[in-house]
Design a protein around this ligand. Structure first.
Ligand SMILES: *Cc1c(COP(=O)(O)O)cnc(C)c1O
Length: 492
């Protein structure tokens, strides 16, 4: 299968490219993204056949239907990484928490967030391409806490790939920071910057625009690539677990074949939600995809009113930092799918130049055929965490926003699967405040211990071990020192 571009095709760009190209060079014409030319169809016979089969087999079958140009042996090695999750037989447990509510626990991988679902296999595939083509890659990441650890973990020790990761000092939890600064491999560089996530991201952007930086990369024959979800190499793995959710409910006898379900996704860059949209289009019986936002409610506003508007908006720091976002990259792929390249380019140009765009009423109606959305805030999230912990289910602050959709957006009496995107251990101080109903902000370690004792749940061993590991990456710098740090790193 080939890939085409969301903003149309410019001179100098191939009109169609294979998967391997799209993941090595993720920026398309006019700043657009790559999308599959068509999607494979999954009928009920396929779903029937896949019932009860291991996750890795399902994933293999889906990738085969996409017909990606990656060697079968490499795909199998990439998917075998799921067998290192907590339960090798079931990397993504789907757990019942209410009569009609289920949680797809996407966080059982090495860094305890759902980013591992895509970055583990994607890292293997990209590294293999780099090795075979004898090309060097530099992957730059700016993280608010989950992408960084998952990217580092995925590429640690890989040939021909270097990763430079920027995180806002003080802007992540201790666990997230330790996951990065203790990651020990010569091809990794982790730099704390003085500022917030916005500063980290804009530092990365100015780096990408710097002639001196680009010249150095050219001289050293280094290609630049991205591991964020603009890369379709991540999205493809994020379709699979939504199909798996449907199969899990079938296997558990909760639904009959063909019965529709809701899927609820706590959204930021919209990669996870886009995966659910593709799964629906491919034929999985999904009634609607319900999107939750936090106080940064651009996505909920778009889906409810057709207006994407960031004029005068400032990023609000919340308890669900991975959803703190103003420009959500993957919405573009849905716009393209529904309205075509010309209109997508027009809308994205409007967003870049005028900081807003508006869908027509007809366009909004098309969007609402597949999506509904609601926003939540920290107070609501804290209340939900406390309430479910009392009932015996522990969910992190991102996952908690999904309950708002469960309580407000169901128009039909159907079962719902919510995506749990992180383990509670990554946000222990917030969790403890919610559970104890206090404002006292404790350290991660203390909060982990108190929650573990109080709720009689274990602290994940890899998280506990972080506090005794050696700190490898000690750099914390001002924004203007980043470029030279990274140049030093790639020349070393
Ligand atoms: C990345 C992330 C999200 C947002 O996912 P998108 O695919 O960017 O919408 C939500 N929750 C957690 C914990 C995350 O790490």
């Amino acid at each position: 299968m080939n890939f085409i571009e969301t903003r149309g095709n410019a001179e100098g760009f191939a009109p169609k490219v294979p998967f391997s190209y799209a993941i090595q060079h993720p920026s398309a014409s006019y700043g657009g993204l790559y999308v599959p030319e068509a999607l494979p169809e999954l009928d009920s016979a396929f779903l029937e056949k896949m019932q009860g089969r291991p996750y890795t087999e399902l994933a293999f079958e889906i990738l085969a239907l996409f017909g990606i140009d990656i060697d079968e042996a490499v795909i199998r090695e990439a998917l075998a990484l799921y067998e290192k999750f907590d339960n090798p037989k079931e990397p993504v447990p789907v757990v019942k928490i209410e009569e009609d509510l289920f949680v797809s626990e996407l966080y059982h991988g090495p860094t305890r967030a759902f980013k591992d679902m895509a970055l583990q296999p994607f890292g293997h595939i990209l590294s293999d391409l780099a090795k075979k083509s004898n090309q060097r890659y530099l992957i730059l990441a700016a993280t608010s806490g989950d992408t960084g650890p998952a990217t580092l973990e995925s590429f640690a020790g890989k040939e021909n790939i270097q990763v430079a990761c920027l995180y806002p000092e003080g802007g992540t939890s201790d666990v997230q920071r330790l996951q990065m600064v203790t990651e020990d491999a010569p091809n990794l560089k982790v730099i704390g910057i003085k500022g917030n996530f916005d500063d980290a991201q804009s530092a990365l952007k100015s780096l990408l625009a710097s002639e001196r930086f680009k010249e150095q990369l050219r001289k050293s024959h280094i290609n630049l690539s991205a591991a964020n979800s603009v890369n379709f190499g991540r999205i493809i793995f994020q379709i699979i677990y939504h199909i798996h959710s449907y199969l899990a409910l079938l296997e558990q006898g909760e639904i009959a074949m063909g019965e529709k379900i809701y899927i609820t996704v706590p959204s930021g860059n919209f990669g996870n939600a886009l995966g659910a949209y593709y799964a629906k289009k491919m034929g999985v019986p999904i009634e609607k995809i319900l999107i939750t936002s936090n106080a940064n409610n651009v996505l909920a506003e778009l889906i409810n009113s057709g207006l994407y508007d960031i004029r005068g908006k400032k990023l609000i720091q919340t308890n669900s930092p991975a959803m703190d976002i103003l420009k959500s990259s993957n919405v573009e792929r849905v716009l393209f799918d529904k309205f075509g390249a010309e209109r997508t380019r027009e809308l994205m140009d409007a967003l870049n130049n005028d900081l807003h765009y508006s869908l027509t009423p007809e366009e909004l109606a098309l969007l609402q055929e597949d999506f509904a959305a609601i926003d939540s805030d920290d107070a609501y999230g804290m209340e939900i965490i406390r309430r479910y912990a009392e009932k015996g289910y522990v969910m992190d602050p991102h996952t908690a926003t999904c309950i708002k959709a469960y309580e407000n957006l169901k128009e039909r009496d159907l079962k719902m699967v919510i995506c749990s995107t992180a383990e509670w251990t990554k946000f222990a101080p917030t969790m403890l405040m919610a559970i104890e109903g206090t404002e006292e902000n404790r350290s991660d370690l203390e909060a982990l211990q108190r929650i573990s004792e109080k709720l009689h749940i274990p602290i994940t061993p890899s998280v506990k071990a972080l506090f005794d590991k050696e700190i490898i990456h000690k750099d914390v710098v001002e924004k203007d020192a980043i470029e030279s740090k990274i140049l030093q790193f790639i020349q070393s």
